[in-house]
Design a binder for this molecule. Structure first.
Ligand code: RTP
Length: 151
């Protein structure tokens, strides 16, 4: 398991409109993850169809693209131990009603079609999503905190 594993986390348009960006960032910061990329972007439907290419053909796909293009999203890359799997645990289940209290979705939302955030589901997909959303690359910097977070 690598301390430099990276995941792509995105606050969806409902999360941005509801003013939850700061709370979601705070959860990752407080857990000990390191922010290495961040942007607010109004994504095009084409870009979102690329991001959700695996779901093309699902009945909810057109509605999902419309929802995701309905306002700006905040894309982020977080780095740290087990970032992909632990990031998904921190987000909760896809259906917020099945998300434990204490997870982001379990604390802040109710409907699967308005579940406020996205997180990569594998290391391979994380790297693809990071390239798709941050073609310019991420930021490399050292943080003095790291020696207090990792052995
Ligand atoms: P995400 O990619 O957004 O992190 O979500 P996920 O892996 O937990 O779930 P996925 O199956 O990839 O679905 C992507 C997003 O599509 C919406 N969805 N709606 N109406 C429905 O039945 C339904 N199912 C999924 C959700 O916004 C989900 O996060």
């Amino acid at each position: 398991m690598s301390t430099t594993e990276r995941t792509y986390i995105m606050v969806k348009p409902d999360g941005v409109q509801r003013g939850l960006v700061g709370k979601i960032i705070a959860r990752f910061e407080e857990r000990g993850y390191k922010l290495i990329a961040l942007k607010l972007v109004q994504a095009t439907e084409e870009h979102l169809e690329n991001h959700y290419a695996d779901l093309k053909g699902k009945a909810f796909f057109p509605g999902l693209i419309k929802y995701m293009a309905s306002g700006p999203v905040v894309g982020m890359v977080w780095q740290g131990l087990d970032a992909v799997k632990t990031g998904r645990v921190m987000l909760g289940a896809t259906n917020p009603l099945a998300s434990p209290i204490g997870s982001i979705r379990g604390d802040y939302c109710l409907a699967v079609g308005r579940n406020i955030c996205h997180g990569s589901d594998s290391v391979e997909n994380a790297e693809k999503e990071i390239k798709l959303w941050f073609p310019e690359g991420v930021v490399q910097y050292t943080s003095a905190l790291e020696s207090w977070i990792f052995e």
